[in-house]
Design a protein around this ligand. Sequence first.
Ligand code: PLP
Length: 224
Amino acid sequence: MISIEQIIENVHRIKAGLPPGVRLEAAAKTQSVEAVDAAITAGVDFIGQNYVQEGAAVAEIVKGRIPMHFIGHLQKNKINKAIALFDAIETIDSTDLADAFNLRCGNAGKVLDVLIEINSGREAQKFGVMPEDARSLTEHIASHPNLRLTGLMTMGPFSSNPEEARPYFKTTKKLFDDLASADIPGVEMRDLSMGMTSSYKVAIEEGANIVRIGTLIFGTRPPK
Ligand SMILES: *Cc1c(COP(=O)(O)O)cnc(C)c1O
């Protein structure tokens, strides 16, 4: 386990290397409340959580300081909880999921920021919409009064070589630009969330303005 001081130093070093306008999201799965607190104190812009339960565990320390984003895959029975906990959902990838969020946000009296997750690597086992379906999902979300579409997110196929991620980031950036210039009412393409510890520099070169970083901030996660 790395120390609180080391976490703070890591955040300072990463932030110092980010170009203006690129925001740092701490991917905080499996991290303790103390580690998340340190990352916020050091100046990360968002906390990203993959599980509703882990979001709930750190909510006290995050609330009122910086936004917390959901970056995992959601079970439908957790939607109400997710709406209560998160400031944005980065992983909307179907009309069904959008409909469910819109309905429940209406009940909760909340307008929620959402991003569409793009399956930029077209991987059968992966979440996200195929690139060619992004436009129709965008229009679908735009018709929902309780959702505010703010951008796109992608993971891309895993590789330890960041150059191999570049084409997938390019694909997602092109979609982002096309959707932005389509001027769809109710859609403001502002967030492009791409890149992790191994690939964030390449992602930034390809236009990411949110990078989601776990290992480089918190150290290697214990095996599950
Ligand atoms: C864990 C995770 C990250 C960060 O991964 P690292 O390689 O540890 O930086 C980014 N995005 C998502 C969706 C994640 O689950």
